[in-house]
Design a binder for this molecule. Sequence first.
Ligand code: 4NP
Length: 159
Amino acid sequence: MTTGLLFVCLGNICRSPLAEGVFLHQATARGLLDRFDVDSCGVGHWHVGEPPDGRAVATAGRNGVHLPSIARQVDPATDFDRFDLLLAMDASNRHALVRLGAPEDRVRLMRSYDPTLAGAEVHDLDVPDPYYGGPEGFDRVFAMLERACGGLLDELGRG
Ligand code: 4NP
């Protein structure tokens, strides 16, 4: 049995492809890749069929991470059955998934798995959308996702 993980953002060209790529990279390094069914998607449709944003590809590449994603929109008819965890990049993505009928107990905020935030007074667990900013925003997002993916693997790898 594999655990299904769906990383979800708005456009599926910046944050969720990075989360997917970082998770695959870390799971491979830990020898755990065959335990997971991993994909990413967007709640929006604007970029369907596109590869990730070039700035996301560049940030990932500098860190030795490949991004296999081709953008697609979430499919409530199949995704909510196929995936055990729907990992939303921000609160807005999370609400969109719940509105579309995703079971609330399977929708989590990605940064809730960051062990460095555990117990901290954090009111905002959003991965900020880097789309309209500069390249440094992608480096910040990448570092956040490295910590969150590490925590997610710590938790799921125990099982
Ligand atoms: P993402 O970033 O949700 O991290 O993929 C975005 C990409 C595109 C748009 C918004 C956010 N857009 O409005 O086109």
